[in-house]
Write a protein that binds this ligand. Structure first.
Ligand SMILES: [Zn+2]
Length: 339
């Protein structure tokens, strides 16, 4: 089968590889759409601690089942079903796994990082990870369920919305999806910030209030939108040193900071703000199965055509990574694996 493989840091190639087929307890999925994620960019750059070449990346995807090897596993899935996948692989033994929060498993692994993923014509997936979705949803929508679930999880971790004003720092795909989840939840005193004008234009076209952090003072604008107190809640989706340092200034006393991005290295945080204002800072990682189900329920309400900025085929996979890494107008880049 044809696959886009990570061969070395900075080296990707679309090539013919032998399909591993599907093992017992798994289904073979013909991939129709797979999104490129920030973590895929980190792998490509040689900066991911676990990913080892050669590797087929891709963990946000949708396709149709072409083969099932039940191997004694009970399943209601059938050949031809449209599916996406909850791509987390847990150890089953650690504290998190034993206490109902296996998405923060001590030894968490992912399809597309720790085993071959979906930037290929076919991917084999354990049956219990496949999530069937109804026919009216397109494969592109199916591939967006996974990143949307990150936003759903961030809101879930924020707790009941006793808060009405929210700031999202960072207008990449995840920041945009968090803002759309906030809109969907009825939070309209909202602001999203970034320094890339094209990203902000995309958010503005979705009626999300925007601020260019390179041109306007974010702290002052947030003070104006919140009667001088600071926002009820801030979602940190940028992963940068400047956002880590700034986030405490944006929150009111007893407000919340929800950490959504993965900071690749330690960044300074103004802990006095956390102390003096009794701010709650909450970490979030991926999503639970429940978040994934909720994301599937609301994906039809999301403006997916505005979230997807580019589509490429498998032969253009290298170009897809180049767009994702360098094009200012890139949001979600989808690889269309099948013809
Ligand atoms: Zn575990």
């Amino acid at each position: 089968m044809k696959a886009l493989r990570y061969l070395n840091p900075g080296e990707l190639k679309t090539e013919q590889i032998e399909s591993t087929g599907c093992c017992a307890g798994e289904a073979l999925v013909r991939v129709h759409a797979a999104g490129i994620r920030g973590s895929d960019m980190a792998i490509f750059g040689g900066k991911h601690p676990r990913a080892k070449p050669p590797l087929v990346m891709g963990h946000e995807f949708a396709g149709e089942i072409v083969e099932i090897q039940a191997g004694g596993v009970e399943t209601e899935l059938s050949i031809g079903d449209k599916v996406t996948a909850y791509p987390l692989l847990m150890c089953g033994n650690c504290w998190a796994c034993r206490n109902g929060v296996s998405h923060v498993c001590r030894d968490l692994k992912l399809i597309g990082i720790d085993r071959d993923g979906a930037f290929a014509e076919y991917v084999s997936v354990p049956l219990d990870l496949l999530v069937k979705f109804p026919d009216p949803l397109s494969f592109d929508q199916g591939a967006l369920v996974e990143p949307l679930a990150v936003g759903v999880h961030a809101l879930d971790m924020a707790g009941p919305p006793e808060w009405t004003s929210a700031v999202v720092i960072g207008c990449g795909p995840i920041g945009l999806l968090v803002a759309l989840c906030l809109q969907h939840a009825g939070v309209h005193n909202l602001l999203i910030s970034d320094i890339v004008p094209q990203r902000l234009e995309r958010a503005a076209s979705l009626n999300i209030p925007v601020l260019n952090n390179a041109e306007e003072n974010l702290v002052e604008r947030v003070a104006r939108m919140s009667g001088g107190e600071g926002a009820d809640i801030v979602f940190e989706c940028a992963g940068s040193a400047s956002s880590a340092l700034q986030m405490g200034d944006l929150v009111r006393p007893r407000g919340k900071i929800i950490m959504v991005s993965v900071h690749k290295e330690p960044h300074p945080v103004d802990l006095r703000e956390i102390t003096f204002k009794e701010i709650s800072m909450i970490g979030t990682r991926v999503y639970t199965r429940d978040d994934y189900r909720k994301a599937l329920q609301i994906i039809a309400d999301m403006p997916h055509e505005k979230i997807i900025s580019h589509r490429v085929n498998l032969d253009q996979g290298v170009a897809g990574f180049d767009i994702m890494g360098n094009a200012d107008d890139a949001c979600k880049v989808i690889i269309k694996a099948s013809k």
